[in-house]
Write a protein that binds this ligand. Structure first.
Ligand code: UDP
Ligand code: MG
Length: 311
């Protein structure tokens, strides 16, 4: 008997919860019950609506359902981690609560898993109901990341994936605070493949990823997987120094060998502003990394669970 764990991060998902539960259960009951068992783990990431009550209600009705209730909102990537930490499956699947990832694809993933793959991620063929802005930023963002970093994050994938216990345990041994799960999974390696699917639009409710959270995820992705910004900072600093040096020679020449040195004022202003700007830029980049070092060094627990339900 193999146990499949399904991890569903939920943040204010009261509008979709029932339907998500229904579709997941429908799909998973199609599995051969003499070979597979499953558990559904809903992680309530500090929702302010009725999500947690709905989860509790389901736990009473269905012994396959389990819940983790966070003490506050810790974010999608952390919610995924908590669910995976607490699952017992021989394989674990992460899926969004909003039905953008069709549960039926899980069956294909399990098939691939049985063929011997350790990580099977969902690759989006079509993306319905997403803003032009999101499509465009996502498209270029992942190409950008892959150029910057040494891990190759598969294009057009999200956090919808199945992981075998072997890969999962390796992933869970990485306890860093700033988590970009996609990158971390790519980093661990193992035998990885994908299944293609059409991403649907959200079943109900609105996105829980406002621009601010997207930007945070993006900076976690870049800064956790690449030191290139630091190298760029050094390079920019170096180039500016060279230009500044030439500027100084020029200013000296004007002062010493010509009469019209007052005109150097323009150059002076430009260089002061330019160099000041570059220094701030470089300091900012360094500051980002220092901030992260500070965050990691604290070794705080990644999340605080208020209660575990149904385990
Ligand atoms: N989510 C979460 N914590 C958050 C934000 C989102 O657990 O702080 C969950 C959310 O409930 C959903 C998944 O992460 O299951 C993806 O979020 P969403 O569908 O809103 O993102 P989008 O598809 O718009 O990028
Ligand atoms: Mg979504």
């Amino acid at each position: 008997m193999k146990l499949i764990s399904i991890v569903v991060p939920c943040f204010n998902e009261q509008e979709v919860f029932e339907e998500t539960y229904r579709r997941l259960t429908d799909t998973l009951s199609q599995l051969d019950s003499s070979k597979y068992d499953y558990e559904l783990i809903f992680v309530n990431d500090g929702s302010k609506d009725l999500t947690v009550d709905l989860i509790k209600e389901k736990i009473q009705l269905d012994p396959k359902v389990k819940g983790i209730n966070f003490a506050r909102n810790f974010g999608h990537q952390i919610a995924i981690t908590a669910g995976l930490d607490n699952c017992k499956g021989d394989a674990a699947v992460v899926i969004d609560a909003d039905l953008q990832d069709p549960p039926i694809v899980i069956l294909e993933m399990i098939k691939k898993w049985e063929e011997g793959y350790d990580v099977i991620f969902g690759k989006r063929r079509e993306r319905a109901g997403e803003s032009q802005f999101k499509l465009l930023t996502a498209k270029y963002f992942y190409r950008f990341i892959n150029r910057l970093s040494d891990v190759d994050i598969p294009l057009d994938t999200g956090d919808f994936r199945l992981m075998d216990r072997i890969a999962l345990d390796q992933f869970l041994s990485m306890r860093e605070t700033y988590r970009f799960v996609r990158g971390m999974v790519a980093w661990i390696g193992f035998k990885q493949t994908f299944v293609e699917y059409d991403r649907e639009s959200r079943f109900a409710g609105s996105t829980k990823y406002p621009l601010k959270k997207m930007l945070r995820l993006a900076s976690d992705a870049i800064l956790s997987f690449s030191n290139t910004p630091l190298k760029i900072a050094t390079f920019v600093g170096f180039i500016t120094s060279v230009i500044a040096f030439i500027g100084i020679l020029y200013a000296l020449y004007m002062r010493l060998f010509t009469e019209n040195f007052v005109e150097g004022w323009t150059l002076l202003m430009i260089s002061v502003l330019l160099i000041g700007g570059i220094i701030l830029l470089v300091l900012g980049i360094i500051g980002e990394y220092v901030g992260r070092i500070y965050g990691e060094i604290k070794r705080r627990p990644l999340y605080i669970i208020k209660e575990k339900m149904g385990f």
